[in-house]
Design a protein around this ligand. Structure first.
Ligand code: FE2
Length: 473
């Protein structure tokens, strides 16, 4: 089946579809403004970009495409773009065959395909840890990449200490330790999970096995200075439905659970809070308040987008809304105290990709940034927004009705700049012209003139997450 025939497939509509090849060091024209003096580094994005048309399109999901890294290097007032696929075992086998060979959620080999030791598609997030760059996909070990040219190095299991590793680990901004977890670490639909701490020196400080009440899909978690908060929504792995191509099912009739444990003591003493069913893809941050309670700011859905319920139906985006919600957890009481409230009247029909200035990870944050959409059943987000958690005020900037924003990244103005003094960098897909731009805004003035707008040589597919690797003073 050709890409043209697949254009209406839900995984390839609009700007979700892939680009066909790799470009190398294309200089980007400045459309407006100028690159700030001293802003030197590489801005990266990653997302699914299937190399070949999936062999069984009915089993394909947007989440399953081969990881592609897009990098814009800022150097001396100029910007250069390159993109590279992550050379996973699947990518290499398909490259050799010249066609797609592995299908569906389990990447099962189609007839005649060589059996490979799967190491994922490395398509979800990028992190820097201990001076190394990794591409992450939650069911697999991190994949090391070269930051200088985006070449693939190798999967890194840390001496078999790490298997499935979350795409959203949290780095302590003071110690440099990296906190992570893996779920279903004893195989698909298993309740075994692991809690990881990777030291700033690059070694594994701890890898603790713990057991979950049910085998949920857990995409993100929260780490404060003293605690880990682990949201378990009833989006549940099921071996039976997986045989029919539906590995996760939303069970809105069941409760959600939120696990809480001391981050130094580990998960052996995890305690669970029961709450009405909710779904969380991504979080802003958590911190320990002076009174001992844990404050967690998250984006909460009443049910998850992109996943089916028990009838097998995946709801349209017009049926789902998300909101910024603050959980306040009291770990000193028995049972654990729990309150939840909406932080602000939701400014968008749906919102996603919450971020903060990551120098505040686990510490008290005041400002969060996110993207949203106000006008119904469209793919992607066209509004960029900033929320002040103290006042509840929201500032937003809306782009064209069909335009699509990537997740934004916060870049500090300088390493020692005050919290939230910096830029928001994001890619904007201009649907009318089928092309993409890189925008840099002052993070405190979303509606001001952009600091810089750069033109990309072609559209940049929607993708998931990104990373700023700065060398700025
Ligand atoms: Fe994510």
């Amino acid at each position: 089946m050709s890409w043209i025939e697949l254009a209406e497939h839900p995984a390839f509509r609009g700007n979700l579809g892939p680009v066909p090849d790799e470009l190398t060091d294309v200089e980007l024209p400045v459309i407006s403004g100028a690159l700030p003096v001293g802003l030197e580094g590489i801005l990266m994005r990653i997302g699914p970009n299937p190399r070949f048309a999936p062999p069984l399109p009915a089993q394909h999901h947007w989440f399953l495409g081969d990881g592609m890294v897009h990098g814009v290097t800022l150097s001396n007032g100029r910007a250069f773009y390159r993109n590279r696929w992550v050379r996973t075992a699947k990518w290499r086998a398909e490259d050799e065959a010249g066609r797609g060979l592995y299908a569906g959620w389990g990447y099962r080999p189609i007839e005649g395909a060589p059996k490979i030791r799967l190491d994922g598609t490395a398509n979800t997030n990028l992190i820097e840890h201990a001076g190394r760059l990794f591409a992450l996909q939650e069911s697999f070990a991190p994949f090391e990449m070269s930051a200088s040219d985006l070449a693939t190095l190798a999967p890194e299991t840390f001496g078999d200490g790490v298997s499935a590793f979350t795409a959203h680990p949290k780095a302590d901004p003071v110690t440099g330790d990296l906190y992570g977890y893996g779920v279903q670490t004893a195989g698909f639909a298993s309740t075994q999970a692991r809690y990881y701490v990777l030291g700033a020196d690059g070694g594994v400080k701890r890898s603790d096995v713990f057991d979950l009440p049910f085998p949920a899909y857990v995409h993100d978690f929260l780490v404060s200075e003293r605690h880990v908060v682990f949201p378990l929504s009833p989006l549940i792995a099921d071996r039976e439905t997986a045989q029919k191509g539906q590995p996760y099912t939303w069970r809105g009739d069941r409760s959600a659970l939120i696990g809480v444990f001391d981050r130094e003591a580990g998960p052996a003493d995890i305690r669970w809070i029961e709450a009405p069913a909710f779904y969380v893809f991504h979080v802003f941050n958590a911190y320990d308040a002076a009174d001992g309670r844990i404050v967690c700011d998250v984006v909460e859905y009443s049910r998850p987008p992109l996943f089916p319920d028990e009838t097998g139906r995946v709801p349209g985006t017009d049926e789902i809304s998300s909101a910024i919600v603050r959980w306040t957890i009291d770990p000193t009481s028995t049972p654990v105290g729990f309150e939840r409230r909406h932080v602000c009247a939701s400014p968008a029909f749906s919102l996603e990709f919450p971020i903060i200035d990551e120098r505040a990870t686990g510490r008290r944050h005041r400002i969060g940034y996110f993207v949203g959409r106000e006008d119904g059943d469209k793919i992607g987000f066209n509004t960029l927004a900033r929320v002040d958690f103290e006042s509840g005020d929201v500032q937003s900037r809306r782009y064209g009705p069909e335009d699509m924003l990537s997740e934004a990244l916060f870049i500090p103005r300088r390493k020692d700049a005050p919290l939230d003094d910096g830029y928001l960098a994001f890619f904007l897909y201009r649907a009318d012209e089928d092309r993409s731009e890189l925008h840099l805004l002052d993070a405190a003035d979303l509606n001001g003139e952009p600091v810089t707008v750069l033109g990309l040589p072609r559209r940049l597919p929607q993708g998931f997450h990104g990373l700023w690797l700065g060398v700025a003073a």
